[in-house]
Design a binder for this molecule. Structure first.
Ligand code: AMP
Ligand code: GLY
Length: 423
């Protein structure tokens, strides 16, 4: 089989490594891929948002199955365009990807179908939003409606900060048209859990839970990033919590999308907060999370490509999806200064014995050497029997990798480990 994977980060590298385990796969193309993915797939310099070029390439190479991994091409209709020329895909059509593409859509969906989430109001007019903020409970959370590179959420601790956030989105358009509408919502507290799930639109199979670390620095300080590390499973996500989530969130969401004529197929990501009043949805993503994928897929014992095809064919109810009972930890090695300004072009050395544990996010090949080319550079994943061992091993491997200006958090999994010990 000839497989095409759209995207070029650590998540895509994890997907590609797993798909390669299937014996019927002869060739994998990554569009655009990256310098590290080039070891496992043929990288082609076509951007993940260039849908006409992706479609032309898929047609020319007679691709058998395509995996569209990032949010942008999904929201822009990449799956629809590939299906039109007869190529089966993993991922939702644009009509379903809107669950991530529009926060107004997802909040209204949850309200309509009684799915637990933070209380909220939607505004399309700056004056009304500012007026509402005069009496809104503080802290409050301001969200741009559309995609904003993961930066469209501002938690305001004061009324002034909240007004500033609304002005920056609606007046200064810091996120472009994504900020034309804003959601202002209740500030929730509690441990966060990421649950990725496979779904064919009727059946939903949650994967192993995980925990992201979004802030740049130790102790959850510094700016929000795309994610600085993950562990799986997430110890806060007990069997009881899972049961509630399945009944009140996962199944109702899949049914709601179907009832709206927006059947969701692919990976639906539930970003949850375990509040005093039960689990609530913080966000939906229409795709695998990054770097959640780098801890979840290494635990998958079933064949990934077979499961993906079952989501496309609507046969997930007949498909076995098994996960190992082990624990994983992924530490992101980033370029110093990320998520703000950082330098690129530093040579990376990875010992051969560490290579199987590395998912490359932002690196290119220059004069035959692997060099840094992004903010997040590598994800280093270890799998062990216990969480403590997985964390130790991930850091042992990280220390064997060298590049100038490298930085990483030293406390990935620390909270999860403490939660486990106080069980
Ligand atoms: P997002 O970009 O949607 O992933 O949101 C970024 C982060 O903002 C989440 O991981 C949460 O930590 C936080 N967040 C989002 N919504 C809320 C909320 N209603 N209450 C508290 N924190 C929130
Ligand atoms: N790690 C969070 C995300 O993929 O959106």
């Amino acid at each position: 089989m000839k497989i095409l994977v759209v995207g070029g980060g650590g998540r895509e590298h994890a997907i590609i490594k797993k798909i390669k385990e299937n014996k019927s796969v002869e060739q994998i193309y990554a569009l655009p891929g990256n310098g590290g993915i080039a070891k496992d797939a043929t990288c082609v310099d076509i951007g993940a948002k260039d849908i006409p070029a992706i479609v032309a390439f898929a047609k020319e190479k007679q691709i058998d199955y395509a995996v569209v991994a990032p949010d942008d091409p999904l929201v822009l209709g990449c799956v629809d365009a590939l299906e039109e020329i007869g190529i089966p895909c993993f991922g939702p059509r644009a009509s379903a990807a809107i669950i991530e593409g529009s926060k107004v859509f997802s909040k209204n969906l949850m309200k309509k179908y009684g799915i637990p989430t933070a209380e909220y109001e939607v505004f399309s007019n700056l004056e009304d939003a500012l007026e509402y903020l005069n009496s809104a409970p503080i802290p409050t959370v301001i969200k741009a409606d559309g995609l904003a590179l993961g930066k469209g959420v501002i938690i305001a601790m004061t009324r002034e900060e909240a007004k500033e956030a609304v002005r920056s989105m609606m007046e200064d358009k810091i996120f472009g048209e994504s900020g034309s509408n804003v959601v202002i919502e209740e500030f929730l507290t509690g441990p966060e859990v990421s649950v990725l799930s496979f779904t064919d639109g009727k059946t939903v199979i949650p994967m192993i839970s995980s925990q992201d670390h979004k802030r740049a620095h130790d102790g959850d300080t510094g700016l929000n990033t795309g994610g600085m590390g993950t562990v799986a499973p997430n110890p806060y996500y007990t069997a009881d919590v899972e049961k509630i989530c399945m009944e009140k969130i996962f199944i109702p969401t899949i049914r709601a999308m179907e009832a709206e004529g927006r059947t969701f197929k692919g990976c639906l990501y539930f970003g949850l907060m375990l509040t005093e009043n039960g689990p609530k949805v913080i966000e939906y993503n229409c795709r695998f999370g990054d770097p959640e994928t780098q801890v979840v897929l290494p635990l998958l014992e079933s064949d990934l490509l077979t499961v993906m095809q079952a989501t496309t064919n609507g046969t997930l109810d007949k498909c076995e999806v098994k996960f190992a009972k082990s624990n994983t930890c992924c530490v992101i090695m980033a370029s110093n200064g990320y998520p703000s300004h950082y330098e690129k072009g530093y040579e990376i050395t990875i010992p051969d014995d560490v290579l199987p544990n590395v998912y490359v996010a932002g690196a290119a090949i220059k004069d035959g050497a692997l060099v840094t080319s992004g903010g997040r550079v590598l994800g280093v994943t270890a799998k062990k029997d216990t969480l403590g061992e997985a964390i130790c091993e991930a850091y042992r491997l990280v220390e064997k990798i060298k590049f100038d200006n490298a930085f990483y958090r030293h406390d990935i999994g620390k909270r999860a480990l403490m939660a486990k010990e106080t069980d």
